[in-house]
Each structure stands twice: as C-alpha cells, then as structure tokens.
Design a protein around this ligand. Structure first.
Ligand SMILES: [Zn+2]
Length: 509
C-alpha cells in the first residue's frame, strides 16, 4: 500500500471541546494508517510528499445514507426541485422537451425528471396534463423523496402499466424501478454517472459512504471497482430480498468484499418500516390533518412488528447490523421495540419525528441516529402542514446528543445533494433562507456536526485510518453563537486534498 508524507497541516479538533487547530505538523501515512505525526518529520526514501501549507486537516468525511445509483442518475436528470405546483412542473418539462427538439434529439428520447414535492398539492398532478406537452417522449418524473412517480402515458405503456390519470404511489411505484433501468437509453447512463458522483464526493472531502441503494448488495460495487483502484470506501446495505444470499455467502457487517482492495465492505441490513412525510405515509401516533390524509390517516407501517423483529433477529444472529428506516413516531416505537427484543446493533434511519422518551430509549439501547439535516430545510413548510403542533419534536439533534445518542450525518442523496458541508450547515443553522432558524433549540454546534461526520473518528492521531481531508478554511472558526455565519462558512467550504487509504483521490491545491 502506498505511503505519503503530508507536510504542515493543522489538525482540527474533533472532540467537541476545543475549537483551536493545532500548530502545523507533518503526517506520515503508511499501510493505510497514520503512522507518524509531529513537527519536522524526515521524509523516508521513495515516499511522495505534499505540502499542505498550513491547511486544516480533518478525519475523512462520511455520508451515512446514500442511494448511489439514484444519485448518479440524478446528476443527469431534469431538475424539478423548487417547483410549487403541477403546472410549474409541466411547464419545466415543456421547456425541456422544446430544448431537446431544438438540439436534434430523437422524438422518442426518454426524459427523466426529479425533485418535485407534491405532498400538499391540490389539485394533485395528472397524467393528462403531462401528456399535453410531451409529444412522443416517454417521461418519468420522480418526487424529491422518491416515494412517488409521475409518468406520462408513453412511459406508463413502456413499463407495462395500464392507462391512468394519477401518479403512482409507493406500492405501485417501487416495483417499477427495475423496469425504469431497462428503458431505452437509460441503461449505462447511471453507471457512467457513478464515477462522476464519486469524484464530486471526494471533492467535498468525503472518504466513504453507506450505500443503501436497493441493489447495493448485488455485486455492483465489486464490478465498478474491478477495473482499477476504486476511490471511496463503500459500505453496502442489503434489503430483505437479498438477505438470504448475503447470509449464505457468510457476509457480516464490516467484512471486506473481495476484489475491492478493502474499500468495499458489508454494511447493514436495511428495513424500511414506514413511508415518508411528503406522501403522508410516515407512520405517526397522531393522524394527519383531514385535508391532507391519504389512504392511511396515521401513515403506513410497511412491515408488522412481528415480521420486523424476526427479520432483525435473523440479521443479528448472522452478524449483520441493522439500519431501520423510521420517520414517524409510531414507526419509531415499533423499531425500538424490535431493537430491544433482538439486541440488534445499528441505526434508526431518519428519526424525523420522535418523543423525548424515544430519544432516551435510543440512548439506553445504544442505537445510533442516522440523520439527514438538509431534510429539515426541505421539510420545514411541509412539517408545519402535516404535523401541526409537533414541530418541536422533529429533527431532535440537540436532544439526541444530550441524551448520549451518537449522530451519523448523511444526505439520503438524491433526496438532498451528497455534500456533508450542507448537512453540517443545516444542523448548525436550521434555516437555508432569510427566515429565523427553525426550532433552534435543537441546533448543534459546528464542532458537534463535524464530529458527527467523521464516522466516529476524533482528532487525527497516530493509528487512525489514512483517510483525511485538508480544508482551505477552519470549519470551526468564528463565534459559536453566530449560527448564521457558521452555516455560511460550512456551506462555502472548499477542500484542497482528499486521501483514502493513503492515496490521493482529490487534489485541488
Ligand atoms: Zn434513503
């Protein structure tokens, strides 16, 4: 494994206490570890040297919740974020189709779009309105939280769905995803995008991701990394439909996937127990307001408590951690009961609406909170509409830390961009616009947000993984109580160098 000497980096404290970076030190990275650390290191013969010129060194960042295939595809999709109504979406699609025609693209080129948030839209989107502007193009639109699909008639026909006027909700929509990949022209496009997506992540200082894509454990990563040295570390999650095979193959959480140079490891067993806020299917103790209720007034539990417990029991006894998606507080109770009954290790994914008692219980059970702070910016207005009076119980990061729950930040890309600096900024300053921070009593400090982004590693030290990032600015600078300034500083962060396993994967010096 390659060795590398980094000269003159200042170590950013990642202990949540001090905020002052160290004096410049040299770091020798060897055999995938930080081997030596101190001033004036002698360069061993044959070892490359990089001068960090006093830049700020942090442990490499992790994004603990990514859907990589979706994210890669998103980077090439028509952006529908920020649309305020079905007509808004339709007019963006019409402009895009006109531009395609002007560029000489074939009249039946598949158009994919993503990012609308139709949860509170009345009247709801219609297939007919989409058909009116799309000509022969098959058009596939996905909601920002991916739980809703809005296809035109040409696309519905291609994926074998009967003509209809309403978009597809989760139960009809999720099973169609494999067929979307088989649409003409779609094959290969996403795969090419993965390389680009990894490079963009490395440019943010990211050294690893947990990939919770539905197909993550089907061997896609070893194929991606077979051609040459891979870039980032990847933990692959497995869903119920592939659990038997993964257990039969003897894969345990943390186990290295052969042929990947140690970069790809087995991640957790992932279970989606309830729906989402945007589709009013997150499973809650209190009902949704009558005007916004769908088919399930309290939201929807996708798996029974008994089935959840038995699946988690099976995963645990096979050496797999669990990652349990629970957004509503009713789903949270069921998930915590299952953790208590099975003694499973792992995370609650999202933990969007919780009670103080549930937070205490998470701490007592040693369950980590895998949370996506940028969702709190996207969901601010939707939360007020769907969970009125419960805002103080959403995204309870401060309460979780105070109770002793470990936070692992992530993006849920493509739901929000794969950018840990955006996540940290949202956790610190709970507003992305001119409004005051939302439920500011649940804000955490920049130091705490950074510590929740390094996969548990503290200030860089000898023996730590040679997974590091060198920053152009100090992420903890400035008065701690000016959260607006702290948020701006984090969002504007630029990363000069990212190193994984002692190998440079991003260099913008
Ligand atoms: Zn997700």
């Amino acid at each position: 494994m390659s060795a590398l000497l980094l000269r003159g980096g200042r170590l950013v404290p990642v202990d949540g206490r001090s905020r002052t970076p160290s004096a410049p030190v040299d770091l020798l990275l060897q055999d995938g570890r930080v081997q030596w650390l101190g001033p004036g290191l002698q360069r061993p013969r044959g070892v490359d040297e990089i001068d960090l010129e006093g830049r700020l060194v942090v442990p490499g960042l992790w994004d603990h919740h990514v859907h990589m295939t979706q994210w890669a595809a998103t980077l090439g999709r028509l952006d529908l974020s920020g649309t305020a109504s079905p007509q808004d979406v339709v007019s963006r699609v019409r402009d895009h189709v006109l531009a395609l025609a002007a560029s000489g693209a074939a009249a039946d080129t598949v158009v994919t779009g993503w990012g609308y948030r139709s949860g509170a839209w009345n009247p709801p989107p219609s297939v007919r309105s989409l058909d009116a502007v799309t000509g022969r193009h098959p058009v596939v639109l996905m909601s920002g939280d991916l739980h809703n699909g809005w296809l035109n008639s040409a696309a519905l026909d291609l994926v074998g769905v009967e003509p209809r006027d309403a978009p597809l909700d989760e139960a009809e929509w999720f099973p169609l995803w494999p067929r979307l990949a088989a649409l003409p022209g779609a094959a290969g496009q996403a795969e090419a995008g993965v390389v680009d997506a990894l490079a963009r992540a490395a440019a943010k200082g990211v050294v690893g991701i947990t990939d919770l894509e539905l197909d993550a454990a089907t061997g896609t990563w070893p194929v991606r990394y077979a051609a040459g040295p891979g870039s980032l570390r990847v933990r692959v999650g497995v869903y119920a439909d592939h659990l038997d095979r993964i257990i039969a193959e003897g894969r345990r959480t943390g186990g290295v996937w052969e042929g990947t140079g140690g970069l790809v490891t087995m991640g957790p067993f992932k279970v989606i127990t309830d729906g989402s806020l945007g589709t009013r299917t997150a499973h809650c103790c209190d009902p949704y307001p009558p005007a916004l209720q769908g088919d399930w007034p309290h939201g929807k539990q996708n798996i029974s408590p008994a089935d959840l417990t038995s699946a988690m029991d099976r995963a645990t006894s096979s050496g797999l951690d669990c990652a349990v998606h629970a957004i509503g507080d009713a789903a949270m109770d069921i998930a915590l009961d299952a953790y208590a009954a099975t003694g499973a290790h792992g995370t609650i994914e999202h933990a969007q609406l919780t009670t103080h008692a549930q937070v205490q219980r998470m701490a007592a059970l040693g369950i980590r909170a895998s949370v996506q702070p940028t969702h709190l910016l996207d969901d601010r207005d939707l939360t007020a509409a769907c969970w009125p009076g419960r805002e103080a119980r959403t995204f309870m990061f401060r309460s979780m830390l105070d109770a002793g729950v470990r936070l692992d930040l992530g993006s849920d890309a493509p739901v929000s961009p794969l950018d840990p600096w955006l996540a940290m900024a949202a956790a610190v300053h709970r507003s992305a616009d001119a409004r005051d921070p939302w439920t500011p009593e649940q804000a955490i400090t920049a130091a705490e947000a950074l510590a929740a982004s390094t996969d548990g590693w503290g200030t860089v030290a000898v023996g730590h993984p040679a997974d590091l990032a060198a920053l152009d600015a100090d992420p903890l600078a400035g008065p701690a109580d000016d959260t607006a300034a702290a948020g701006r500083r984090l969002r504007a962060m630029t990363v000069a160098l990212t190193v994984v396993q002692g190998r440079v994967v991003h260099d913008a010096r």
